[in-house]
Design a protein around this ligand. Structure first.
Ligand code: BMA
Length: 319
């Protein structure tokens, strides 16, 4: 499927999709949109598993090489808990994982599907066995959230995507700050959805947590293009200043990854690539993404190539 007129930046793994519902050791409709991190010498995915009611929970998978031989928890690792957390009544979805070094624990930002709409909840863990819920931190509608791993002038930073339903002004990527992970403020738009015919017009959202590089925080975000035959979820790049992540240094003009293969084009929701985790290993980046809301797939890229390409395709004009 590679197009000779476009430089391929992400290379799909030959074994794709690497995890499907058949690999889950209990009945599941679909497995997709997994957060990723490293625990010891293993890759850990926190996968969104949708059951056969349509409600999602989160389940851990571990692998030595991050490609195959996944050991998947025999039961859901984190179930929605509507009795203690009513905002989780219709499930928990799309986790993004960030390791907070000075806390020696991970923070997981996930979507809780409440009666009032999707919102952002946080939980922490030191071992991916026991989890402590911090509860909802952003009201509906808000999703696609992830923390940066360090503090800025003493405060944590979280990127997220609130949606204003009336008047409809577009769904943009925001950044907010907190002294304690619980109380968030200083909300501001970080990256605007473009308008008109652009691939990322009207609705965008953060994909995995930003990746720290020498040149800045590398952001991978999704753009949702509405067409007569439904939405297309594609991915683009941006770069934020290392010291001050409110400063956008670059933003790609074109998308860098789009649904092309069968497992991305056809599924429960057609034409969706949706990553919630990526891991850098030297210059190699492993991107874990949901294919068509049905399976988990893997693509790799070179970090230096992504940064060089972004410089050549920087369309950021302070919008
Ligand atoms: C988004 C999220 C994702 C999903 C995508 C495509 O709004 O809900 O979980 O993968 O839509 O359906």
């Amino acid at each position: 499927m590679n197009n000779p007129h476009f430089k391929e930046l992400f290379w799909r793994h030959a074994d794709n999709p690497i995890i499907t519902a058949k690999d889950i050791p209990y009945p599941a409709n679909a497995v997709f949109n997994a957060g990723a991190t490293r625990v010891g010498d293993e890759t850990l995915l926190l996968m969104r598993v949708e059951d056969r009611r349509g409600i999602s929970h989160l389940t851990v998978a571990r692998s030595k090489d991050g490609i195959g031989n996944w050991r998947i928890d025999s039961r859901p690792t984190i179930m929605p808990s509507p009795d203690t957390n009513p905002e989780e009544i219709w499930g928990i979805e799309d986790p993004r994982i960030t390791y907070l070094e000075d806390q020696e624990r991970w923070v997981i930002a996930y979507t809780a599907y409440s009666e009032g709409g999707p919102l952002v909840s946080l939980a922490t863990t030191a071992d991916f066995k026991k989890f402590e819920r911090l509860g909802p931190v952003m009201p509906p509608e808000d999703k696609d959230a992830a923390l940066l791993p360090v503090r800025f002038a003493g405060r944590w930073a979280m990127i997220h995507r609130p949606v204003a339903t009336f008047p409809a002004t577009g769904a943009h990527i925001w950044i907010s700050f907190s002294p304690d992970l619980k109380h968030w403020g200083d909300h501001q738009v970080l990256i605007h959805a473009r308008k008109g015919g652009w691939w990322d017009a009207n609705k965008i959202g953060l994909s995995p947590p930003p990746l720290e590089t020498d040149e800045g925080w590398l952001v991978l975000y999704h753009g949702v293009r509405m067409t007569a035959s439904g939405a297309i979820y594609r991915l683009g790049l941006a770069l934020l200043d290392l010291e001050d992540p409110c400063q956008v240094i670059a933003r790609s003009d074109q998308w860098v990854f789009a649904p092309e293969e069968e497992y991305e084009v056809f599924g429960d929701v057609d034409k969706v690539v949706f990553p919630c985790g990526w891991l850098a290993d030297g210059d190699t980046v492993r991107l874990y993404y949901g294919g068509a809301d049905t399976c988990i797939a893997l693509a790799t890229a070179s970090l230096s190539e992504l940064l060089a390409w972004l410089k050549d395709h920087n369309a950021y004009a302070g919008e």
